[in-house]
Design a protein around this ligand. Structure first.
Ligand SMILES: [Zn+2]
Length: 175
């Protein structure tokens, strides 16, 4: 496993849509998934946050996401949201590609994601609240969409160092 460089906001590659992973590519993708996990753990060790990372963040334009929700590593190959709640909520989001920036976004409260693992076995993840937010954030990466593009309005950006000023908005309910 190797820690890879994370592409940062401003790099146009982050705005490119990723391709599906084919069955033939799966074996070779194991190394990419391992590197993503190593990169996630390294980021968390340095910043104290980080539960998900998408392949395009290390410059690999394939539909692959690695999560670590505290109950072990999950590899999501070709994940797609098959159901989402009408209910939404607003939350200050962050991203490994802009570690000092927070963005206030609207997310679905719950979502269901179908994906395969690295052995091509299909799974369903039913997520809610912060995990649903995380999943929507990571899947957006695969379509070249960053949280900054989801900002609710012009006051939806803050430096992480200013987060103590944000409590009033962190609990605002979505539309
Ligand atoms: Zn991100």
């Amino acid at each position: 496993m190797a820690v890879r460089e994370i592409l940062l906001l401003g790099n146009p590659q982050l705005h490119l849509a990723c391709e599906d992973v084919t069955a033939e590519e799966l074996p070779g993708l194991r190394t990419v998934a391992d590197d993503l996990y190593a990169t996630l753990l390294d980021f968390r060790a340095r910043h104290g946050v980080g539960r998900g990372i998408a392949a395009p963040q290390i410059g690999v334009l394939k539909r692959l996401v690695v999560l670590d929700l505290g109950i072990g590593r999950v590899n999501l190959v070709n994940p797609r949201i098959v159901d989402r709640s009408a209910e939404t909520f607003a939350i200050w989001d962050d991203c490994m590609s802009f570690p000092d920036l927070l963005v206030y976004v609207l997310r679905h409260r719950r979502c269901s994601v179908v994906y395969t693992d690295l052995d091509a076995k299909e799974h369903t993840l039913n997520a809610e609240d912060d995990v649903a937010e995380l999943v929507q954030h990571e899947l957006d990466h695969l379509d070249g969409i960053l949280a900054v593009s989801r900002a609710i309005d012009g006051q939806s950006f803050a430096l992480r160092s200013q987060r103590t000023h944000l409590s009033g908005r962190s609990i605002r309910q979505g539309i």
